[in-house]
Ligand binder design. Structure first.
Ligand code: ZN
Length: 257
């Protein structure tokens, strides 16, 4: 499809700005601080971060990853989240052109980046992202070519129900919590956005990549059967994979049946 370079650049810049906001969200949401006010401060010296030091990626490079005042190191996560968000945004434009699907894709990718990062650090998937995510996915579903409201509703119920049953079964079997309700709500959100088929594709990729990393950790002597993995981070990865290639995979398997 013919893509326009100015729109691609605009979408990339939007990705950098949203990515910059996601950094604030990722840092503050688990702490229960407002993500709008107050302005960001350096954790080292407490100085308010000036606007010129808050330009996505560029400021990090110009400051060589250190606070202007106290030279405390700034986490490389900040520019990485910004770059990743911009990349995913451009990929969405590439895939969906200017459409409702693009809008859904941008929201979805931003949420996946935030959830993946928060779960990796805190083993937490905030309701403030997953619950509005479920609502937005259901709301947009009737306009999405891969979904429709029936598929989205079924996806949310099936996704939530499936993981809830797994978590409950695991708890009864092992007497310990293997998965939290955050994962349940997140898979419901994936179902709402991707439809029930896309949700299953996402769950498949999440399980495969999660198991691979788990086994690699055990093999590398860095963990055992009891080590905790942030399953939400893998769900986010599976969700993004499914957003881009899920419909093609579903079409392929449907053609086999
Ligand atoms: Zn400082």
């Amino acid at each position: 499809m013919p893509l326009s370079l100015p729109i691609a650049i605009y979408v990339a810049l939007l990705g950098l700005i949203i990515g910059s906001y996601l950094n604030v969200l990722i840092h503050r949401l688990p702490l229960g601080i407002s993500t709008v006010t107050p302005r960001s401060r350096c954790p080292g010296c407490g100085e308010v971060v000036a606007a010129r030091d808050n330009i996505p990626i560029l400021s990090y490079l110009l400051l060589r990853g250190r606070c202007r005042h106290c030279k405390t190191e700034i986490s490389a996560r900040y520019p990485m989240i910004e770059a990743l968000t911009a990349l995913l945004f451009v990929a969405c434009y590439w895939q969906f052109d200017v459409s409702v699907e693009l809008l859904a894709g941008l929201f979805f990718c931003a949420a996946m980046v935030a959830l993946a990062a928060i779960d990796a650090e805190h083993f937490l998937l905030p309701d403030k992202i997953t619950l509005p995510g479920i609502a937005l996915g259901l709301l947009l579903s009737r306009w999405l070519y891969w979904s429709g409201w029936r598929s989205a509703l079924l996806g949310a119920l099936l996704g939530g129900g499936l993981l809830w049953a797994l978590a409950e079964g695991w708890y009864r079997l092992r007497g310990e919590e293997g998965m939290g309700l955050g994962d349940v709500k997140m898979l419901a959100m994936l179902g709402a956005f991707l439809g029930w088929k896309g949700m299953l594709v996402a769950l498949f990729f999440a399980s495969v990549s999660g198991s691979a990393v788990g086994l690699a950790m055990i093999a590398g002597g860095r963990g055992g059967m009891k080590s905790k993995l942030p399953f939400g981070s893998f769900l986010a990865l599976g969700g993004v994979v499914s957003l881009f290639v899920g419909p093609a995979i579903v079409r392929y398997y449907s053609s086999l049946l």
